[in-house]
Design a protein around this ligand. Structure first.
Ligand SMILES: Cc1ncc(COP(=O)(O)O)c(C=O)c1O
Length: 382
């Protein structure tokens, strides 16, 4: 292949183009009615998303961060409690724990799947531990069988950070339906993304859902009556309208994500490019496609020169962030996390990725890693 193609990390224009007419008609309807918050679209979306996640309830929120924050509160995580979580995650997971006044306790991740290592979790649990927050990172479910067993034995709450895992399954169940509650982000690049901010909590507990409904709306019990000091964490009607349209196409989009991830796995097998290990008891819904290479920065420069955009998820683990210097926290040994953060590079993965773009990315990556005949490895992604 000689002609360089520009390959973005995600292509939101293509995503918009595919739903433009339906979306504009819906926006016109919402704006015509001028009911902008907690109206019919939010209610319908909550029902549809709960059905999709196979939970009894879904409560729309203003973002994934706010969903995590409110859900920790709704699950009675309080100041003085400890919450076990990975340090290899977006910083929001840690922020939510700090926002409720609890102490983050970082446990290491499994070297293959990069999700919480249950043995590491067991080692950091102490008398003040109140909850575990497994992160289904990159759309790959954490080891829920082991984590749920630990939580049951120690009487801990499990709040899944499913911000990157819409549509994934673990033990046959949807992510977000296995623990006490699941928190989703609808940040625009996610598997299910709004065109703005949004989030949601799923749960099978009516009590948790009702607390969340009050917490997201200033603690309002009835009009003029605030029974809790809450937040403004409401999902707006325009974003709910976007999400309803995109939810109908989510399974198709995830099928394409899975197909591309499988073709990347196949193309890199035996090449020295390390890919994510896949859990046998889970069905990932790939959100990002991270590879692990010793010379990550040089590969990033090589790909950028070829017009290929990459990302790093994540470069600095949570416990190493400057913000944590002034925050109470505890860490178990984090050698896998620290080593991995120096090696990660995310390649383009999105449903609209074209076959020639996919083939071009694989060729340029293998060229960097010294593969002599990269084209022999590349199979079309369709
Ligand atoms: C793992 C994880 N947790 C939490 C969040 C926070 O979600 P939001 O950006 O919607 O606040 C994100 C998204 O960016 C995330 O990737």
């Amino acid at each position: 292949m000689t002609t360089p193609v520009r390959v973005p990390l995600v292509d939101l224009r293509a995503s918009y183009a595919s739903i433009r007419e339906e979306l504009l008609a819906e926006f016109d309807r919402v704006l015509g009615e001028m009911q902008l918050f907690l109206g019919p679209n939010v209610r319908a979306f909550e029902e549809e998303f709960a059905a999709y996640c196979e939970t009894s309830h879904a409560v729309g929120m203003s973002s994934g961060t706010d969903a995590l924050h409110a859900t920790l509160r709704a699950c009675d995580v309080r100041p003085g409690d400890e919450v076990v979580l990975p340090a290899l995650t977006f910083f929001a997971t840690t922020e939510a724990v700090i926002h409720v006044g609890a102490t983050p306790v970082f446990a290491d991740v499994d070297p293959e799947t990069l999700t919480l290592d249950p043995a590491a979790v067991r080692d950091v649990i102490g008398p003040a531990t109140r909850a575990i927050v497994p992160v289904h990172l990159y759309g790959q479910p954490a080891d829920m069988a082991s984590l749920l067993e630990i939580a049951k034995k120690r009487n801990l709450r499990v709040i899944e950070d499913a911000a990157q895992a819409h549509g994934a399954r673990s033990l046959g169940q949807r992510c977000g339906s296995l623990g006490d509650a699941g928190c989703f982000s609808f940040y625009f690049t996610k598997n299910l993304g709004a065109f703005g901010e949004g989030g949601c909590t799923t749960t099978n507990s009516l009590e948790t859902a009702e607390r969340l409904q009050r917490l997201r709306n200033h603690g309002l019990e009835t009009k003029h009556t605030h029974s809790l000091v809450g937040h403004n964490f409401r999902l707006d009607e325009l974003q709910a309208a976007v999400l309803r349209i995109k939810l109908k196409r989510l399974d198709e989009a995830i099928a394409r994500r899975r197909e591309i991830a499988a073709r990347y796995d196949e193309a890199f097998a035996g090449s020295g490019i390390r890919v994510l290990g896949r859990r046998a008891d889970a069905e990932a819904a790939p959100h990002l496609y991270p590879i692990r290479v010793a010379d990550r920065d040089a590969l990033g420069v090589h790909l950028a020169a070829a017009g290929i955009e990459t990302g790093i998820h994540y470069k600095v683990p949570a416990h190493r962030q400057a913000a944590m210097r002034s925050q109470l926290h505890r860490c178990g040994p984090l050698s896998v996390t620290e080593r991995t953060c120096d090696e990660l590079l995310s390649l383009p993965l999105y449903p609209e990725l074209e076959d020639d773009q996919f083939a071009y990315v694989v060729e340029r990556v293998l060229e960097f890693s010294g593969e002599s005949r990269p084209s022999a490895r590349v199979r079309s992604a369709s």
